[in-house]
Write a protein that binds this ligand. Structure first.
Ligand code: ATP
Ligand code: MG
Length: 314
């Protein structure tokens, strides 16, 4: 079973007779397995927020189906398993962090004892125990974002959907959110989030999906998607006076922690380098595959997709 599944999903905004229709989703087919961190990527206006709103029953699709843990999202019960952080969350500035979480617990009918326990757990999880009794009007963007994640977790949901949770945060704030999401995955949760910050996505996601013009144009694990661009061969014992000669056979050699690391591109002749290493008294410790960065992959795929669409029109 998938945590999220959409089939043949369409959403058109605009009145029936209106000439200004926006086709936000065009046959979106999405499959998110359970217990992964899934990065939902796409340019501005690609349809990410629309997809998320459909999953949460906030927008009605024009056509097609979406399911959460196998149940159609028409069924309001699906929301019992989902926590949500919207794109631009708003908070009551006059409530303290603790009161706000208490209020969120009341909405889902938690009793007083449960609420008290849960809000302490959540404040600790998001690193805001020290600010429990402070009014949220004084909170920084990073603190508010952490409160947003805390409220999304109030019901201990199995699926957490976050619309751009790391946008606008400083590197410390982003690292905090990343830590929280990784912990949630360890607890068996599924995390589905949209983002434009591809370096962070690359570091924390198990899988990504790329949406363009309302269609999923790519999805899979980072390993599957990104092209191999070379390899780092970590060696020890290669005679130091041979290294200059060795550099002619590969892209470059780096010396680090007593290792000589031979960086090869796809054009390098790996067999010749391996022979060179052993001929010069060295041995290979390990080889590490080098892959293109997610950002390079993303740009390449979007550009190719745009080109294909243009050709189709002409
Ligand atoms: N309520 C609405 N009425 C009309 N058009 C809408 C509405 N909501 C979204 N759209 C349009 O649908 C398209 C997809 O918007 P959406 O917000 O889903 O994109 P997004 O991928 O989340 O973009 P961003 O990265 O900027 O957040 C856009 O062209 C947008 O203008
Ligand atoms: Mg959006």
């Amino acid at each position: 079973m998938y945590a999220i599944e959409t089939h043949n999903l369409y959403k058109t905004f605009g009145w029936f007779l209106s000439k200004r229709k926006v086709h936000a989703l065009n046959n979106l087919e999405l499959k998110v397995p359970e217990n992964v961190i899934y990065g939902f990527l796409g340019p501005n206006g690609a349809g990410k927020t629309t997809t998320i709103k459909i999953l949460l029953g906030l927008v009605i699709p024009s056509k097609g189906h979406s399911k959460i843990f196998g149940i159609d999202t028409h069924d309001p019960d699906t929301r019992n398993h989902v926590g949500f952080l919207p794109e631009n969350p708003k908070f009551y500035p006059y409530l303290t962090a603790s009161d706000f979480l208490d209020f969120c617990g009341k909405i889902i009918h938690m009793d007083a004892m449960e609420r008290s326990k849960r809000k302490d757990e959540l404040l600790e999880k998001v690193g805001l125990t020290h600010a429990a009794n402070q009014k949220m009007e004084g909170f920084s963007r990073g603190m508010l974002q952490r409160m947003g994640i805390a409220q999304a977790l109030i019901s201990d949901p199995d699926l957490i959907i976050l619309d751009e949770p790391i946008t606008g945060l400083d590197p410390m704030g982003r690292a905090d959110i990343k830590r929280i999401l990784l912990e949630l995955r360890e607890e068996g949760k599924t995390i589905f989030f949209s983002s434009h910050i591809l370096s962070d996505v690359e570091r924390m996601c198990d899988m990504v999906g790329i949406i363009n013009h309302g269609q999923l144009i790519e999805h899979g694990s980072l390993d599957e998607l990104r092209s191999d661009i070379g390899v780092n061969i970590h060696t020890t014992g290669v005679a130091s006076n041979a290294l200059m000669e060795g550099e002619k056979l590969c892209d470059y050699i780096t010396l680090k922690n007593g290792e000589a690391i031979f960086t090869l591109t796809n054009k390098s002749d790996k067999d010749t380098v391996m022979k060179f290493i052993s001929d010069n008294g060295g041995s290979v410790i390990r080889s590490v595959k080098l892959q293109e960065e997610l950002e390079a992959f993303f740009l390449r795929r979007i550009q190719n997709d745009e080109k294909a669409r243009e050709e189709e029109v002409n």
